[in-house]
Every structure is written in structure tokens, then in C-alpha cells.
Design a protein around this ligand. Structure first.
Ligand code: GLC
Length: 468
């Protein structure tokens, strides 16, 4: 039998155990897609956060070197997850906290994680050919591997280049020459994102559009120079989605299942959601936005656009949580315009799916978007996306201007509240036109499955291992 390629996939989030943003979603669906090719054996590893609920079994424990001392690590495994074994790196001091991120010592917490994964390699029977790391949290891992396991290849995927992590240089002195230290940021704290970019055998990011953007100084968050250096080993591969997990027809959560040839169910789901939120069931479009409430997601633009727009022409549901400032602003908007605008801060995947299914139009006015999954989910459920054409949004949404026959959505002309309001008006007019179903149908027919992207990754993995 042909030997399978062994991949250890390390991520700070894996849905459903931990799912703050798109990283968790990808860490759930991508390894599964790899497994389905029959070419790979995959094992995943993530931190054991406090609120993880699954059947955990003790695997092993060991000490993890941290600067001059050691910390204990207890490794557990999800007993119910057998097709893709998932290991959890436990340490109460670092991970037994209410939230996943945004602590002062995040750099130390994830440095511990990287060191622990390294130790794990010598204690489990799974010997990976490739360690696939993700975002800054695991950026030090390619560096540690280079020094301790040079035979293992590493891949580093950038899901968002704007977040970096830091550690004092003393934590890595045994590993680094003076030059290397300086490259990583010395005399300041060393930068995890830089480590990932410099030491991984292959650097990827989650869309070709974003790959092109972050090579430019303006969008590279200080990393464009290093990426330029690694250009020969840097590639943008579009994320896929789990088309079975997100399906308007196969999902038992869908009160009225529907598909592209039977769209009546979509209208019924819309009525249901309107009733749930006390919105009148009128012939005006239902707009939706499911997002972290963060500046970069364009929430300020949305607030402005609401104030510029004719509220009687649409309804809007916003689902998500985040910055307290936006909680305040959005609460007051929904109080003022209760009959038209609903804000729900309690995200759940089930609710998100119901909103995608009910919505006519989906807004994504992000400042930048490495890939974006919301627009793909929206199209899958027949909600027409209105996006700022950056990164993965530009790679996945087709406008009339590009291809009248295949158009799936709309682009804002620039990143401003005025431009968003203007485009909203345009989409709302289109909603009442005879052409509207074209956008819905084209979007629903798009294939955003992992199929293509996994084969691109497969080619890259094989090249790294000298198998092609
Ligand atoms: C991050 C990015 C998002 C991307 C996701 C998965 O959350 O901001 O654009 O879709 O990672 O790669």
C-alpha cells in the first residue's frame, strides 16, 4: 500500500472546540478535506482552553522549557474524534482563562504552545513529514523545528498578517545567531510572525489576492520586505469551505430546506427569522452582517451608511460580538430603529446559518480580508454579497462589470460610509428587478469546496518532500 503523507496541523483555534474567527473554521474543514483525498494522515494539536467541552482522555505529560525554567504540560485527546486525532496542550496557568486571546502574556502562552508541540513530537508515535502551522501563535514552531527536527518540513499559513506575537529574545538565545535575532526584531522583543515567514519551508496565505496585497508595503504590516525575500516559497491559496456542513438543503438545522431550483424555502426561512426578531414581513430586502465587531470589519462604515440610507427600504440584522464601543453604538442604533434594525450579540453557528438562509443581501465592508468565509457561506445560502473588493473578497465575488452572465455580487467603489450607502441603494434597487434571481442562482452554483485548494496544497506538500 502507498505510504500516506503525515501532517501535523497546529492551530490556536479549531472549531468547534475554539472558534473566534475564520482560523477555527479552516482548522476544522481543511484537515478533513486533506483526509478525504486518501493521500494523508492528519493529526491536529491546539491548546486546552478552559471552555472546551468534549470527552478528554489523558495522553501524556512532560516539562516544557521556558527561558531558564520549565513548565508542566498535560496532553489530552478527544476520545470521540478518531478520524483526525486531536491533541490538546494543557497548562492551567496559560489556558484556564475565560477567553482565548487578548491577554498581556499571549506571547508567552503561545511560545509555550510551540515548545510543547515540539516536545510532543518525541512522545507520540505519529512522526509527521510536515508540520503545518497557522498564524502568529504557531510562528515560532518552524524555527524550533529547523533547529531540532531539520528532517521535518514546515508550512506556515498566514490567515491575518495584522496580528503579531512577541517574546523576549532571552527565550530563544540558544537557537539564534546574532544576525537571526536582529532579523526577528532584536533589540525589541522577537516577532512570531517574522519567525514563521523566515523559517517555514513554505509560506502560504489564504487567497491569491491577499498574497499580492501583503507583498506591498502599504498592506504588509511591516512584513512585506521579509515576504519579498521568501517570494519563491510564498503562495496564496484560496480557502475552501465544508459544503456539507454549510448546506441549505442537507442541514437538519434548516427549518425549510431549499436549493437553487426550489427557492421557496428561502422565503419561508426569512419569514421565520423576521418573526423571531419582531421584524415585519414586508417586500423589502433583509440585509445581514455576521462579524466580529472590529474596526477592520467596517462597522464604522456601516453606522455611517445607516445614517445616510433610506431605512424604509430595507431591514438589517447584525450578529456578532467584539469591541465594547461597537456594542454601545449598535445597541443605540437598534433601539432607535427597532422596526428595521436588529442587533444580536450572541453568536452561535446555528443562528448564523439561519441568518445566511434568511438574508437577501450580505454585507462585508471589510478594510482588508485575507480570505473571508462569510461571503462564501452567504452565496451558498443564496444571500447576495456586497463587499469591499479586497483580498479574498475580490477573488470570490463576481460583479456585472466582470461578467454579466456569472455575476454573484456587488463591490463598493471605495472604503467609506458614503460608498457603502450608495452601493446598498444600488443592491436594493437590483433586489426589486427581474434580474435578481440571477445573482442568487449564480452564487448558489459556485463551488467553494476545498477540492481545488486541497489539490494545490497537495502539490506544494509533495514538492517540499521531493515527491514530484
Ligand atoms: C482570518 C481572516 C479571514 C480568513 C480566515 C480563515 O480570520 O481574517 O479573512 O477567512 O482567517 O483563513
Amino acid at each position: 500500500m502507498k505510504r500516506k503523507i503525515k501532517i501535523l496541523y497546529a492551530s490556536a483555534e479549531i472549531a468547534p472546540y475554539a472558534n473566534v474567527g475564520g482560523l477555527g473554521e479552516v482548522a476544522r474543514s481543511f484537515p478533513k478535506a486533506l483526509l478525504e483525498t486518501g493521500e494523508f494522515e492528519v493529526v491536529r494539536v491546539m491548546p486546552l482552553y478552559k471552555n472546551i467541552k468534549c470527552k478528554l482522555q489523558y495522553v501524556t505529560d512532560f516539562s516544557v522549557p521556558m527561558e531558564k525554567g520549565f513548565e508542566t504540560c498535560v496532553v489530552k485527546q478527544d476520545m470521540d474524534q478518531t478520524d483526525i486525532p486531536t491533541y490538546f496542550i494543557g497548562n492551567d496557568r496559560y489556558y484556564c482563562r475565560e477567553n482565548i486571546y487578548a491577554y498581556e502574556d499571549d506571547g508567552f502562552r503561545f511560545f509555550f504552545f510551540c515548545q510543547a508541540v515540539l516536545q510532543l513530537l518525541s512522545t507520540i508515535s505519529f512522526h509527521p513529514d510536515i508540520v503545518h502551522t497557522n498564524d502568529w501563535h504557531t510562528g515560532v514552531l518552524p524555527l524550533l523545528l529547523k533547529k531540532d527536527y531539520p528532517q521535518i518540513k514546515s508550512v506556515y499559513t498566514i490567515h491575518n498578517i495584522s496580528y503579531h506575537g512577541f517574546i523576549p529574545a532571552s527565550y530563544l538565545t540558544e537557537y539564534l545567531s546574532e544576525d537571526e535575532k536582529v532579523k526577528l526584531g532584536y533589540p525589541h522583543w522577537l516577532n512570531f510572525m517574522k519567525a514563521g515567514i523566515l523559517y517555514a519551508d513554505l509560506v502560504t496565505t489564504v487567497s491569491p489576492g491577499y498574497a499580492g496585497e501583503i507583498l506591498q508595503e502599504e498592506y504588509g504590516h511591516g512584513m512585506s520586505g521579509l515576504l519579498e525575500e521568501r517570494k519563491a516559497s510564498f503562495v496564496g491559496i484560496l480557502n475552501g469551505m465544508d459544503m456539507k456542513h454549510y448546506s441549505p438543503v442537507d442541514d437538519s438545522l434548516m427549518e425549510y430546506p431549499y436549493d437553487v431550483n426550489h427557492l421557496e424555502g428561502k422565503k419561508k426561512n426569512r419569514t421565520l427569522l423576521r418573526n423571531r426578531y419582531g421584524l415585519p414581513d414586508k417586500d423589502i430586502p433583509l440585509l445581514a452582517m455576521i462579524t466580529r465587531l472590529d474596526y477592520t470589519k467596517g462597522i464604522d462604515l456601516l453606522l455611517k451608511a445607516i445614517s445616510y440610507s433610506k431605512l424604509s427600504t430595507y431591514q438589517l440584522i447584525i450578529l456578532g460580538s467584539g469591541h465594547p464601543y461597537y456594542h454601545g453604538m449598535l445597541s443605540s442604533v437598534s433601539k432607535t430603529y427597532g422596526g428595521n434594525i436588529v442587533v444580536d450579540f450572541h453568536y452561535s453557528e446555528a443562528l448564523a446559518k439561519q441568518i445566511y438562509a434568511a438574508a437577501d443581501i450580505y454585507l462585508m465592508p471589510s478594510l482588508f480580508e485575507p480570505c473571508g468565509l462569510g461571503q462564501m457561506y452567504a452565496m451558498r445560502y443564496g444571500a447576495v454579497p456586497l463587499v469591499n473588493p479586497v483580498g479574498g473578497l475580490k477573488d470570490t465575488v463576481i460583479t456585472d462589470k466582470q461578467d454579466k452572465g456569472l455575476a454573484t455580487g456587488f463591490y463598493m467603489e471605495q472604503w467609506s460610509g458614503e460608498a457603502l450607502a450608495k452601493e446598498m441603494e444600488k443592491v436594493i434597487t437590483a433586489y426589486h428587478s427581474k434580474e435578481w434571481n440571477k445573482y442568487i442562482e449564480n452564487g448558489m452554483k459556485m463551488d467553494f469546496s476545498w477540492r481545488c485548494s486541497v489539490s494545490e496544497y497537495e502539490t506544494c506538500y509533495k514538492k517540499l518532500l521531493g515527491l514530484s
